[in-house]
Design a protein around this ligand. Sequence first.
Ligand SMILES: Nc1ncnc2c1ncn2[C@@H]1O[C@H](COP(=O)(O)OP(=O)(O)OP(=O)(O)O)[C@@H](O)[C@H]1O
Length: 86
Amino acid sequence: MEFDKELDKELTFKTSKNVPVSATFEEMDLKDDLLRGIYNYGFESPSAIQSRAITQIISGRDTIAQAQSGTGKTATFSIGMLEGIG
Ligand SMILES: Nc1ncnc2c1ncn2[C@@H]1O[C@H](COP(=O)(O)OP(=O)(O)OP(=O)(O)O)[C@@H](O)[C@H]1O
């Protein structure tokens, strides 16, 4: 399913306590190569679920993230895992 930026902004989220929201991929403090890859792939800004879940995965918390189809879950877990490798 195609990512719909406008629809994504309308989503309401419930999270555990103390889950910060990163407005940009830069704020997530990702490795340079990974950040470059994300932009080269065409992602400009994180989706709602990416804004919340990527840094949780990177911090080592066991993370369960649930959202509608096409909201960027696969990329959330992929980016989180890639940051943790190497
Ligand atoms: N931040 C983003 N900016 C632009 N496009 C994005 C972003 N994140 C994901 N996409 C694109 O949106 C589409 C859906 O992403 P993804 O497959 O990660 O969603 P999903 O929530 O895992 O969907 P499903 O539940 O159907 O598996 C893909 O084409 C992906 O490349």
